[in-house]
Design a binder for this molecule. Structure first.
Ligand SMILES: Nc1ncnc2c1ncn2[C@@H]1O[C@H](COP(=O)(O)OP(=O)(O)OP(=O)(O)O)[C@@H](O)[C@H]1O
Ligand SMILES: NC(=O)c1ccc[n+]([C@@H]2O[C@H](COP(=O)(O)O)[C@@H](O)[C@H]2O)c1
Ligand SMILES: [Zn+2]
Length: 270
């Protein structure tokens, strides 16, 4: 039997606030990848963006992380990771991928050490307890089709970063109304070159929840029940998070990548 490659899915975004659809992205992606017979999805990681990203209406990462943690309490395979939000400044997505990939290798190594110490006798490669010859995990970026579309926005992404994402890691892209990822890929030489590493997943039930629409509804006092988890609704009410004032956060500011890449001297290396 051919062994499946362990796969970790990483979703980067604002999650302002987390919605049921953000969690559905992971479920849809896992079903799709497992069905290929090539992968064993072992973990899902949600990485809320740093406050320094400067998106309009972005509330503090402290709240966005707390809400995501509450929402994911019922998942046994998806977790929130605060690393990106705890950095001094906004981190380019490829660097977030590199960080989590290195972390997964470190974890695998320490598991190997642990097994070696516990069972020092030589184990055969067939042995499920043998970590010695275990397959290296892969890490793929999970996103919605609108995210893929942002690759063509001038000064938002570095070409070499897009290349590293699709060549080294891979993308899992969930359909979203208003975006046509297949056409978008066919229009890009780079994405076409690496399309074997881009998995397009069709959502089988239309679920057009948008975090922006959730925030607008909350500001207008409308119900968002059954669109985001009850625990998140209670958290938002308790901390009075989304208000007309919070919507004005970062108003008039340029998104951090646009600001950084727009200068003639690029302050970010790699
Ligand atoms: N309804 C949806 N269908 C497919 N992908 C989605 C959907 N909602 C969010 N995503 C994806 O989730 C990731 C995080 O998105 P984000 O935090 O921007 O949420 P959002 O609902 O798009 O919020 P906003 O409306 O503020 O842009 C992105 O990759 C985005 O494409
Ligand atoms: N150059 C880059 O690495 C780059 C550019 C724009 C957005 N992003 C990321 O994409 C995500 C976009 O999130 P939103 O869809 O909520 O704006 C964020 O995680 C952000 O950090 C990365
Ligand atoms: Zn979005």
């Amino acid at each position: 039997m051919v062994s499946r490659t362990p796969l970790i899915l990483l979703a980067c975004g604002s999650f302002n606030p987390i919605t049921n659809m953000h969690m559905r992205l992971f479920e849809l992606a896992r079903d799709h990848l497992q069905k290929t017979g090539r992968y064993q999805v072992i973990e899902g990681i949600m990485s809320p963006v740093n406050d320094d990203y400067r998106k309009k209406g972005l509330v503090s990462a402290r709240h966005r992380i707390a809400m995501a943690k509450l929402a994911l309490e019922t998942s046994d395979w998806i977790r929130v990771d605060p690393w990106e939000s705890e950095q001094e400044t906004w981190t380019e997505t490829v660097k977030v991928l590199r960080h989590h990939y290195n972390e997964s290798l470190r974890l695998l190594q320490s598991k190997k050490e642990f097994m070696k110490n516990k069972w020092p006798i030589e184990r055969s490669t067939e042995d499920p307890l043998s970590y010695e010859h275990s397959v290296l995990p892969e890490l793929k970026l999970l996103c919605g089709a609108d995210f893929l579309q942002t690759f063509k926005t001038p000064n938002l992404w570095k070409e070499e970063h897009i290349k590293e994402i699709v060549e080294k890691f891979g993308l899992v892209c969930i359909s979203r109304a208003g975006s046509d990822p297949a056409q978008y890929i066919s229009e890009s030489d780079l994405l076409t070159q690496f399309q074997h590493n881009i998995f397009l997943v069709k959502e089988w039930i239309q679920n057009e929840i948008s975090a922006t629409q959730i925030r607008y509804a909350l500001c207008r006092g409308l119900s968002v029940k059954y669109l985001i988890p009850d625990s998140v609704i209670s958290y938002i009410a308790r901390h009075n998070i989304y208000t007309e004032e919070s919507e004005r956060e970062n108003e008039g500011h340029l998104l951090q990548p646009l600001k950084l890449y727009n200068t003639t001297v690029n302050p970010l290396n790699d």
